[in-house]
Design a protein around this ligand. Structure first.
Ligand SMILES: C[S@@+](CC[C@H](N)C(=O)[O-])C[C@H]1O[C@@H](n2cnc3c(N)ncnc32)[C@H](O)[C@@H]1O
Length: 223
């Protein structure tokens, strides 16, 4: 496989021409302040921690996390050059500097055991089974032993209404990548990636489905 060739991916709002409207769509369809606040609280960024956002999109979380603690080393990774331009523009407008990296969808451009924490929000439901598995493998590799993974994404539908309304997300992002999320399989994927202490720390019901927060740790290395 050519490691430099960008693998196919689902853009932020399902279709490339909709990316410019992503922020507005999130504002209109989700309890944005609440779900991003819970994410930042779950990350709980501490001084000097090295933290990666996997799939930074338009940079909304980068701004909130960096504003929560300016003394962290925050980095963003995404696959789509279009969102990098939007995120860079928004970071500059907020007088923030965060290095943003792009990759081809295969190997993360970081050495082993590099980050204290890695978080990701609204990304995994856009990844098919093999890509979910590969990305979790890469996250595990670049996390330090004992490092924390925090994923905020669509989880098991809490009731029939949540299952029904999640159809809106599935129509935009496709059924193939979203199905395992709504069936509650994220913890299985995370555990298969080698992580321990896999937990669903919180779930909230939104107008378009049940949104869950998953936490896990990379095992400490044996002496
Ligand atoms: C729905 S957006 C979420 C953006 C942001 N995290 C948020 O909370 O608003 C999903 C992002 O994941 C990125 N993405 C999709 N597939 C990816 C992959 N294989 N590796 C890295 N990022 C990917 C997309 O480019 C997009 O920016």
């Amino acid at each position: 496989m050519d490691q430099n060739k960008t693998t196919s991916f689902i853009p932020a709002l399902g279709y490339d021409f909709l990316t410019a409207y992503y922020d507005m769509a999130i504002k209109l369809t989700m309890p944005e302040k609440k779900f991003r606040r819970i994410l930042v609280e779950s990350i709980n960024p501490q001084d000097d921690e090295s933290i990666l956002e996997f799939g930074f999109g338009t940079g909304q979380n980068l701004i909130l996390v960096k504003n929560q603690n300016r003394n962290i080393k925050l980095t963003g990774l995404d696959i789509d050059p279009k969102v990098k331009d939007i995120a860079n523009y928004k970071l500059a407008k907020n007088n923030l500097t965060v290095p943003l990296d792009l990759y081809s969808g295969n190997i993360f451009p970081y050495p082993d055991n590099h980050f204290d924490k890695i978080y990701s929000c609204l990304v995994f439901h856009q990844l098919d089974a093999d890509t979910k598995t590969n990305c979790l493998k890469e996250i595990y590799r670049v996390l330090k032993p004992g490092g924390e993974l925090i994923i905020a994404d669509w989880g098991k539908a809490d009731n029939k209404i949540m299952r029904l309304t999640f159809g809106i997300v599935q129509m935009l992002d496709g059924f193939k990548s979203t199905d395992d999320n709504v069936k509650g399989k994220m913890p299985e994927y995370i555990a298969k990636g080698g992580f321990e202490n896999v937990q669903i720390i919180q779930s909230i019901n939104t107008a378009i489905g049940t949104f869950s927060y998953f936490k896990a740790r990379k095992k400490l290395s044996k002496l």
